[in-house]
Unconditional design. Sequence first.
Length: 359
Amino acid sequence: MNSDFVKARIQGAIGILTLDRPNALNALDQPMCLAIDAALAAWATDDRVAAVIVHGSSERAFCAGGDVRMVREDGLAWKQGKGDGRLGREFFRDEYRMNRRIQTFPKPYIALIDGVTMGGGVGLSLHGSHRVATERTLFAMPETNIGLFPDVGASYALSRLPGEIGTYLGLTGARLKAGDLLALGIATHIVAGDRMAACRDDLLATVGLSNTSDAIEEVLAGHGAQPAPAEVTLRRPLIDRCFGHDTVEEILSALDANSDPFATHAAATLRIMSPTSLKLTLKEIRKGKSMTFDECMIMEYRLSQSVLAGHDFYEGVRAQLVDKDRAPKWYPATLDAVEDSAVDSLFLPPLHGDLTFPC
């Protein structure tokens, strides 16, 4: 159940998953997803395991996302006729199956989200029962900035946040800290960063096979800290008013009509994102609100395969993570050039078949 970057072990009555890829901020590759999924599948029915803890090996990052550079390289080779594009199919399939494993896990699942928690790190934490943040936690779904879309179950989770905050987060990739995470229910508990190791040790020493939930709550409450005041959540009236529209163009118009610096910054942020990603993200969040978790994951898998067949993902990853010139050339380059029919086509099943969920 281990990979080069995931260590799975049982200590006492707790299964421990340690993400140990510090040079990549614990970004998930396919073997890591498979190792986590295998461990959770085994521990779900293991009577020795009462709960699971997942954490990063350093305070710098819990998990910064998926290894999209690796997926990009494989996809470019496929587009050039040098491969079959297998990695792009299998990585998203295995990551999304892992997300579902967490969402359906029958025991307490405690994610210690200290440090950077973005993209795939959100999927590795948000669907579990306990999400413990610190003042160092930096949470975001920044996918529209790389020509992708909020995935790993974000269409389900973001669409269920209060008002239009999920729409705002999905479109802008805005970063949240502990105060907002707790206010929005993204984090269930806050612990001071310098107490996180002690909190983890107390969980390992205290939690047993009986009264598991009570013991977890007692430890987390004992190490609880008061976060800094929420910032984004306080702007909900403006966010609801501007991001409640049904098109990205209308959202931008509403932001432009507002003189608040928060709205001005949000509008400027949207204008540098992939126009295609913005439109498909708004559509997936609107659709996700009335869908089950499994339906959302199937939808997101369809989108992942459509995006891999397109242009903006490769250009966005190049601009942000490879060349780092921060100057992506999106195609189409403007919102009005992205046709509704083109966006609709991204939601169609891939030729190789939909995502399925084995036992």
